[in-house]
Each structure stands twice: as structure tokens, then as C-alpha cells.
Design a protein around this ligand. Structure first.
Ligand code: SAM
Length: 268
């Protein structure tokens, strides 16, 4: 009995909700347009519902699965390379496309990890609210750090909303299938790492006026440079709120702050 309880805990921890609707699985495959020459990466193979169909269509399929019992079962599917481990720690093998019903608890980290690799596109299942934040427009409640950082170097489209009834066990949330296409940076930034740090700091106060948000951000960034940036900006601009600014406008602020920072630290 204790072992059973323990095992359930693990399943919850790994977000094990298996997609059992064959029609949705088939549509995922057609959205990904998997070719017999392509190498596919699947993150979280689970019971293999998607894996089995993918394996029949592609040249090579690599599957990462954290649960060793499921990993062992996935190894019985012909033509599949199974990597047992945490997708956030395992080095991804080279891949053309990724087709995955993701473990939702690592949605953000795994998406940004994917974008560090070269690939053609991803067809990925996310929690519906998360997918809506990925594609939100400035000024809306879903517009967030995630939206800004993704828009910098990817094209995101929500292709289909999926009801919770398509999964066993049934999750408490609905889902959405997203197409993610990596693109060249869509606008210039002087320093990518600084830009991402700036966006993170700015969006800790996304609904405050820009002046207050920047002052909060000053705790995480160079406070003196932030003061100078505030002094330099037209007062009208300071009335805006971070969630109202487009990614490009945020990039301009980030660059201004980066330059002031460089001036003060002598470019170190
Ligand atoms: N692909 C299967 C399907 O569509 O039915 C399973 C999807 S289920 C939502 C997510 C799967 O990811 C589970 O099998 C879970 O064990 C696995 N998983 C959870 N966290 C993981 C991680 N950090 N790295 C790799 N796999 C993980």
C-alpha cells in the first residue's frame, strides 16, 4: 500500500496524463508533417501512444522519458532510441523536429532549452493557459515575460485547443497544440543575456507604471544606470506599464540601459 501511494505521488510529479484520443494524435502527426528522412525528438514518451505512430513515419526517433518504468516499456518499440532522464538535464541529440505532449511542469524551461538547438519546427502540447501566454498581444492579461522572450526568436501559433477529456487520467486543465518555429532574432538587441535579465526584472511588476517597475527592476540590475535611464526617458513614456510595451519597445529600453551600464562599468 505505501508503495502504491508513493508511485501515485511520482506520477503526479511527472505530469503523467496520457493522450488517448487517436484522432488528436493523428492530427498532431499531420501538423508536424513528419517525413521519412527526418529525425524526431519526443520529450516525455509516456505509454508510447504518440511514440509508436511517430516511429513508423520518421527516419530516427529519440525519446526522453524521466520515469524508468515507462522508459523500459518505450524501449520495446522498434526503431526508438530511449534516453532515460530529465529532459532539462539530458543533452538533446540532433533533431529536425520535436513532436511532444510535454510534461507541463517544465513547459517554460524545456521550451527555452529547445530554442538553444537548431531545428525546423516543434508541434507541442501545452497547458492551454500557457499556450495563450505564448501568443498574447501587448496590453492583454496574458502578455508576459514568456511572450516577449519567445517573440524574440520564434514564431508561435496555437493550432488546436484540446479538452481535458482527451487524456487519461483526466487533468484539471485543458490543453492546446502549438506550432513553434525558431527564427532569426526578430529585432536587434545589444546583448541577449542582458535583454532576458531585463525582461525578467521588468515583468516582476508588469502592471505598475514604468517608472515604478524600473525602480523595482533596479534591485536586480545596476541601480545607478536605472536612475539615469528614468531621468532620460520622456515623462509620457514613464506612464506606460510593462505589459503595454511591445517586445521591440522593451528591446530599446534594454539597449539604453545596457549602454548606460557599460558606460558606468567601463564596458567590463
Ligand atoms: N507522450 C505521452 C502521451 O502523449 O500520452 C505522455 C505525455 S505525459 C503529459 C508527459 C510524460 O513526460 C510522462 O510520461 C512523464 O513521465 C514524462 N516526464 C515528466 N517530466 C519529465 C522530464 N523532466 N523529463 C522527461 N520526461 C518527463
Amino acid at each position: 500500500m505505501p508503495r502504491e501511494v508513493n508511485r501515485r505521488k511520482h506520477k503526479a510529479k511527472w505530469g503523467q496524463h496520457f493522450l488517448v484520443d487517436d484522432q488528436i494524435i493523428d492530427r498532431i502527426l499531420s501538423y508536424a508533417d513528419v517525413q521519412p528522412t527526418e529525425t524526431i525528438l519526443e520529450i516525455g514518451g509516456g505509454t508510447g501512444n504518440l511514440t509508436r505512430k511517430l516511429a513508423l513515419r520518421c527516419y530516427k526517433l529519440s525519446v526522453i522519458e524521466a520515469d524508468w518504468q515507462l522508459a523500459e516499456k518505450l524501449r520495446t518499440i522498434p526503431g526508438v532510441e530511449v534516453l532515460h532522464g530529465d529532459a532539462l538535464r539530458v543533452e538533446f541529440p540532433p533533431f529536425d523536429k520535436t513532436v511532444s505532449n510535454l510534461p507541463y511542469q517544465i513547459s517554460s524551461e524545456v521550451t527555452f532549452k529547445l530554442l538553444k538547438y537548431p531545428f525546423v519546427c516543434g508541434v507541442l502540447m501545452y497547458q492551454r493557459e500557457f499556450a495563450e501566454r505564448m501568443v498574447a498581444t501587448p496590453g492583454t492579461k496574458d502578455y508576459s515575460r514568456l511572450t516577449v522572450c519567445l517573440s524574440y526568436r520564434s514564431q508561435v501559433e496555437v493550432i488546436e485547443r484540446v479538452a481535458r477529456t482527451a487524456f487519461v487520467p483526466r487533468p484539471r486543465v485543458d490543453s492546446a497544440i502549438v506550432k513553434l518555429i525558431p527564427v532569426k532574432p526578430r529585432f536587434d538587441v545589444l546583448d541577449e543575456v542582458f535583454f532576458h535579465d531585463f525582461v525578467r526584472a521588468l515583468f516582476t511588476q508588469r502592471r505598475k507604471r514604468l517608472k515604478a517597475a524600473l525602480m523595482t527592476a533596479a534591485r536586480l540590475l545596476n541601480a545607478q544606470a536605472v536612475d539615469e535611464l528614468i531621468a532620460k526617458l520622456p515623462p509620457r513614456c514613464l506612464l506606460h506599464r510593462p505589459y503595454e510595451l511591445s517586445p521591440e519597445e522593451i528591446a530599446v529600453l534594454s539597449d539604453d540601459l545596457f549602454s548606460l551600464n557599460q558606460l558606468q562599468t567601463g564596458g567590463a
